[in-house]
Ligand binder design. Structure first.
Ligand code: PMP
Length: 334
């Protein structure tokens, strides 16, 4: 019989799929690595597993311990899944702007969620940062993974994402493109691909980061943008700026338009950072020829964004789309 012992054993080994419609007119092959096919629905399953196993190995996380992390999104889901399997408690701290649906996903996996007010400064005792520090200090056996500084994040991508891409492309990829949030994905995957290709005749894989306009990685000041999960207003230590050869800045409007095209034309219902990364990948591919192979990583699925990117009214409220939320029978029959 062929089966996995637990859902956690199915993390990683995600497939590559060729983009065929949004790449029209381009000569290079563009392959998407589809990370929403991980059990928790995102690339973050990889770092969750590795951070927890490393903390177990060096004794920071002991049997019966509690994982405390300020996160509302994909990392929380990965941590909750692995924690449940291994018998740890999880407490996530998130700001009140995070949607109830997102909090309920974490609770569904058995985690506890503490909600903090968004409208207080970081040093306020009720802030997201203060509350998570206080919980770590006061819960016995608490451990905070801290994805922004934990070296196991990039290490998980060096150990899994990079080798998977290298093997599936038979070492023929020429470019790797990924969005930068904590920087773990681009740092670990990029480093592996550069190491693996260092000796080959055609030269090393070129590593390209995609960043929302306004974020620090592409020279911005940290001004706000709407794409979620990528860009920062500080430089996390999980990011090694020596790995990317180039950073491409992408606007919210372009990111969201491409996200919608990926669903409609490629059958890929993915999140906004995926649209952003694909825009960057296509800009790179425009200058390439038929022998080039671009791999772009798509971090998560689109279900978490139905109220935003895939909601015509929300898109229209930011000027990204004309508001045509409701069609009449007449519109359809016309
Ligand atoms: N996209 C989404 C939706 C994410 O949640 C993240 C993680 N913050 C990223 C992209 C960026 O990945 P990384 O943190 O590894 O840079």
């Amino acid at each position: 019989m062929r089966y996995a012992d637990s859902i956690v054993d199915l993390m990683g080994n995600t497939p590559l799929v060729r983009l065929t419609r949004v790449t029209e007119g381009l000569q290079a092959t563009v392959l998407a690595k589809v990370e929403y096919l991980n059990p928790g629905g995102s690339v973050k399953d990889r770092i969750a597993l590795r951070m927890i196993e490393a903390a177990e190995a060096d004794g920071r996380l002991k049997p019966g311990g509690t994982i405390v992390e300020p996160t509302s999104g994909n990392t929380g889901v990965g941590l909750a899944l692995v924690a449940q399997r291994k018998g740890y408690d999880c407490v996530f701290v998130c700001p009140d702007k995070v949607s109830e649906d997102k909090r309920n996903v974490l609770k569904a996996y058995g985690a506890r969620v503490v909600v903090c007010p968004t409208a207080v400064p970081p040093d306020h005792p009720d802030s997201y940062y203060s509350v998570s520090d206080r919980l770590v200090g006061e819960i016995e056996g608490a451990w905070k993974p801290d994805q922004y500084s934990n070296p196991e994040g990039p290490a998980s991508h060096y150990a899994t994402t990079g080798p998977e891409i290298w093997k599936d492309t038979e070492g023929r990829l020429t470019h790797f493109v990924a969005g930068v949030g904590t920087g773990g994905t681009i740092t670990g995957t990029g480093r592996y691909l550069k190491d693996a290709s260092a000796q080959r005749r055609q030269g090393p894989v070129r590593i390209v980061g995609a960043d929302p306009e306004g974020s620090v990685y592409s020279g911005g000041t940290g001004r706000p943008y709407l794409v979620e999960g990528v860009g920062e207003d500080f430089w996390p230590s999980a990011y090694d700026p020596a790995v990317p050869d180039e950073i491409v800045a992408v606007s919210d409007a372009d990111s969201f338009a491409m996200t919608r095209r990926l669903a409609r034309e490629e059958g890929l219902l993915v999140g906004g950072s995926c649209g952003m990364a694909v825009v960057a990948a296509l800009r790179v591919a425009e200058r390439l020829g038929p022998d080039d192979v671009v791999v772009v990583l798509l971090p998560d699925g689109g279900r978490g964004y139905l109220g935003k990117i895939f909601n015509d009214r929300w898109m229209a409220s930011y000027g990204f789309l004309r508001d045509d939320a409701g069609l009449t029978v007449g519109d359809v029959l016309r």
